[in-house]
Design a protein around this ligand. Structure first.
Ligand code: PRT
Ligand code: ZN
Length: 284
């Protein structure tokens, strides 16, 4: 029994999807022109597909699970479960209008023409705001639509914002925050679910490790209590005596979000020789 995973064949999510599998210790030979590939050391078969097709394949149980952007999942409205956010492919789906125009609320869009590749999500947004507008579905280069007179506004994915900027547009309303997620078929067998649980355990360990750093520092013993109180750690920090009398080595784990804040406080409290080391996996 193998679990069948669909990932993007090529494009923005492909490399990060392959990297995540690698970080989970799963070896897959990445034949660029292959439709599928088998892991040599995990019960997983990987299908390489267009991202837009992944929700349908998972609903139809051609694949059991998939890695795909939330924007695609919610646009396609297939009967599949979103199981886990994967932490890559982050972007937002936003309404944008020409730079010179003044947008104060969604009412701006009343009666306007909106070009997008996401007609379902735009329709949902308009409905929720009681607005009627004309949706022009186009499949690519949405950002040029206002310039050629095809639309008054667009709704497209944005990450850095430079595409909008280069086309004289301004982002005025994010309607969905998106990142790659793991989706699954609604009716996995218990055996399939067991394999998925193993994979999820690994993915969560990789994600936790990425969000945390291992910190080692030297502390004068008379400051130990204060320094330890600053460290959240997994349990309590590890404290080892240094060869030099009156000093200890303290080891702990800090999350990325609190990191700089705590490092500054540690320095102020007298910590020295602070080393910060990436963590590869975190099993807790
Ligand atoms: O061939 P296939 O159908 O599989 O690929 P695709 O061309 O449909 O998709 P692809 O590879 O472009 O994107 C795959 C997924 O990556 C999307 O569905 C999103 O979930 C995610 N993603 C993250 C993005 C972006 N960031 C992104 N910036 N997808 C597209 N863009 C585009 C956007 O459409 C716009 O043209 O990048 C441009 C904007 O980028 P900035 O940086 O200029 O703002
Ligand atoms: Zn696509």
């Amino acid at each position: 029994m193998k679990l069948r995973l669909a990932i993007q064949k090529s494009g923005r999510l492909h490399d990060d999807s392959m990297r995540l599998l690698k970080e989970c210790g799963i070896d897959i030979s990445n034949g660029v022109n292959k439709l599928k590939s088998e892991a040599s050391n995990f019960p997983l078969e990987v299908f390489f597909l267009r991202d837009d097709d992944i929700p349908q394949y998972v609903e139809d149980a051609v694949a059991d699970i998939g890695f795909v952007g939330e924007n695609v999942v919610y646009e396609k409205k297939k009967k599949i479960d979103v199981v886990e956010k994967l932490g890559f492919g982050k972007c937002r789906l936003s309404i944008a209008i020409s730079k010179g125009e003044n947008y104060t609320s969604a009412a701006f869009l009343q009666g306007k023409r909106i070009a997008t590749s996401y007609p379902v999500l735009v329709e949902d947004f308009l409905k929720a705001n009681n607005i009627t507008a004309e949706i022009h579905e186009i499949s690519g280069s949405v950002e040029i639509a206002p310039g050629i007179g095809l639309a008054d506004a667009i709704c497209d994915l944005v990450s850095s914002g430079s595409t909008l900027f280069m086309n004289g547009l301004q982002e005025v309303e994010p309607i969905l925050q998106s990142q790659a997620v793991l989706v699954k078929n609604e009716q996995l067998s218990p055996e399939q679910q067991a394999i998925l649980d193993k994979l999820l355990f690994r993915i969560q360990s990789v994600k936790k490790a990425k969000n945390n750093k291992y910190v080692l520092l030297n502390a004068p013993n008379d400051k130990l209590d204060e320094i330890i109180s600053l460290l959240p750690g997994m349990k309590s920090p590890t404290v080892l005596p240094l060869a030099e009398a009156g000093w200890s080595s303290v080891h702990s784990v800090l999350s990325e979000t609190q990191f700089w804040d705590i490092i500054e406080k540690l320095k102020a409290a007298g910590a020295q020789g602070i080393l910060v080391v990436p963590i590869e996996k975190m099993i807790i």
